[in-house]
Design a protein around this ligand. Structure first.
Ligand SMILES: [Mg+2]
Length: 216
């Protein structure tokens, strides 16, 4: 049975922080807000983990926007993912795993509308076997069931498989609970790195993960 290589999306395959920064610059200018709005949004973003309804409720109140919260969130879901940026070596890296016989899945906590745009625009969707978006399957990382769903959908086994991601709780603890070896990318959430969330490897970039998985 083919083996499974799973990848988180935001701040693993794509540079989420940079995409958010670019969107903030663009949006603040379009809304005609002052430069203080840029700093304010970064402070209140919660690294992307704060619910967007909550974020835009605060934005609306702080800057006196007229649009209702649902409209602001809806526009964000369509406009922000367009700024998704990816290292050009990532797509060939994913493709090389498939060529070597691996089943490749993206496993991301998030909404279908927003994550689908990122996956399509960056070219990731075209080179992986399955994109597992938590909103679509009704399960979120670190619940090990989401990794089992990816295995079932791709016809792979989790035995001797990998999970690669930037979050110690969602990606690393979740992957370990599902029986996968794990690779932590970057240092985005140092406070979440506990002794029971120690990855098999820790690299600065996802590009370093591809040869390690290929050699395993
Ligand atoms: Mg992430």
């Amino acid at each position: 049975m083919p083996r499974l290589a799973c990848f988180d999306l935001d701040n693993t395959l794509i540079d989420r922080d940079r995409a958010f920064r670019d969107w903030v610059e663009w949006w603040v200018r379009r809304e005609g807000l002052g430069p203080e709005a840029v700093d304010w949004l970064h402070e209140h973003d919660g690294g992307g983990y704060r619910p967007r309804e909550e974020l835009f409720a605060s934005v609306k109140e702080r800057f006196g926007l007229e649009a209702d919260i649902a409209t602001l969130v809806d526009a964000y879901d369509r406009e922000y993912p367009v700024f998704a940026s990816i290292d050009p070596a990532v797509v060939p890296g994913l493709a090389s795993l498939r060529t070597a016989g691996w089943r490749v899945a993206v496993i991301t906590n998030g909404g279908v509308a927003q994550q689908s745009i990122k996956l399509e625009r960056t070219g990731i969707a075209a080179v992986v076997d399955y994109c597992c978006i938590s909103e679509a399957v009704g399960v979120r990382k670190p619940d090990p069931r989401i990794f089992k769903i990816a295995a079932a959908r791709t016809g792979a086994t989790v035995a001797d498989g990998w999970m690669v991601g930037d979050h110690p709780a969602y990606d690393i603890a979740g992957g370990i609970a599902a029986g996968l070896s794990t690779i932590l990318i970057g240092n985005h959430h140092p406070a979440a790195a506990t002794p029971d969330r120690v990855p098999t490897h820790h690299f600065a970039s996802v590009l370093q993960a591809f040869p390690v998985i290929l050699a395993s």
